[in-house]
Design a protein around this ligand. Structure first.
Ligand SMILES: *Cc1c(COP(=O)(O)O)cnc(C)c1O
Length: 343
């Protein structure tokens, strides 16, 4: 097998660049459990300001950031609504149930689409048999939904519904930067629509570690305690926050390149009938191999032989993710080779 020349498995695979490592090496640090790390303070203030919220809290992972936000919003036993493919319920090791006793009902996942009227019809008050709905969570961009972007107007409608019923609206914004770049909606516009958001520095932005919970000062004060309880109190983690600050300041605008590359890959693969390029809005390219000559594992194995790593998400579903550690040569190689595997 040739050495991998291009790795499309995930945008979490990126490694800190020399400049990012320099920022980490020179970071001022303190004990963050004592709330004394100046670089973490800087990161938290910068992210809160970007989203137009009062405060933010640095967390070791997106999973922890999401679960802290859910604990803020949903008392034990009460209910969260989200779609069935949401990371919060599908990819967090059952955390909402296992750690927080949260009941979940889901609506069917169709890409990144949100049918606001259908969500509204699911919201329930306390009853003889029902626990009350306390929160609705959406994912922007949608990971299993092919990197799809929820339109701003849909989110505005959802906010109106949340206000009408007094439910908490949470955004799993692991890749909200990609939505911002794809749709030209400011982070502050997104921020204004949610009670809490979780955002990831370690995906497309290229930092090695770190996510934040964003919200009101009172939510974030409570979140600090929940983070410590979950074992997420870190000490001189300013060294990690410095990587996050570097990522925020240097790696957002360039996501447009990842989106363009994803679209080009989809265009190269469109004649094989496995993807519709018009559906590719950000950095994720799902390949539906239902009608292809190879199934998911066979396609991935053949690609690997040619130095191209992909993720198999189902018997006939493969995913490609573009990110900042891929080279122009690697992308060109994939564009040339992948279609021939399906010919
Ligand atoms: C990656 C991701 C997360 C967080 O994952 P961690 O691996 O815990 O950092 C949350 N939501 C979505 C949609 C993601 O893609």
């Amino acid at each position: 097998m040739a050495d991998p020349v291009v790795d499309f498995r995930s945008d979490t695979l990126t490694k800190p660049s020399p400049a990012m490592r320099e920022a980490m090496a020179s970071a001022l640090v303190g004990d963050d459990v004592f709330d004394e790390d100046p670089t973490i303070h800087e990161l938290q203030a910068e992210v809160a300001a970007l989203f137009g919220h009062e405060a933010a809290l640095f967390a070791p992972s997106g999973t922890m950031a999401n679960q802290i936000a859910l604990q803020l919003a949903v008392p034990r036993g009460d209910e969260l609504l989200c779609d069935a493919a949401a990371h919060i319920v599908s990819d967090e090791i059952g955390a909402a149930a296992a750690l927080s006793g949260i009941s979940t009902r889901t609506w069917p996942a169709v890409g990144a689409a949100v049918d606001v009227a259908a969500v509204e019809s699911m919201i329930r008050p306390e009853g003889f048999v029902a626990v009350p709905t306390r929160a609705v969570a959406v994912e922007q961009t949608h990971n299993r939904g092919g990197g799809g972007v929820i339109p701003l107007s849909t989110l505005q409608d959802l906010r109106s519904v949340a206000d009408r019923y007094g439910v908490h609206l949470h955004c799993d914004g692991a890749r909200i930067w990609h939505a911002h770049v794809a749709d030209g909606v400011s982070l502050a516009e997104y921020g204004a629509l949610f009670d809490t958001l979780s955002v990831c520095l370690s995906k497309g932005l290229g930092a090695p570690v770190g996510s934040l919970v964003v919200g009101s000062a009172s939510h974030i004060a409570a979140a600090r305690k929940l983070r410590k309880r979950l074992g997420g109190g870190m000490r001189q983690a300013g060294i990690l926050a410095a990587a996050g600050l570097y990522a925020l300041r240097n790696n957002i605008a360039r996501l447009a390149d990842d989106h363009a590359r994803a679209r080009r890959l989809a265009e190269a693969l469109a004649p094989a009938g496995v993807v519709d390029p018009a559906q590719i809005r950000t950095n994720i390219v799902p390949l539906d191999l239902t009608k292809a000559s190879l199934d998911g594992p066979a396609f991935a194995a053949a690609a690997r032989e040619r130095g191209i790593l992909t993720s198999v998400l189902g018997p006939r579903l493969v995913r490609l993710v573009t990110h900042l550690d891929q080279t122009g040569e690697g992308i060109a190689h994939a564009e040339a080779v992948l279609p021939t595997l399906l010919a």
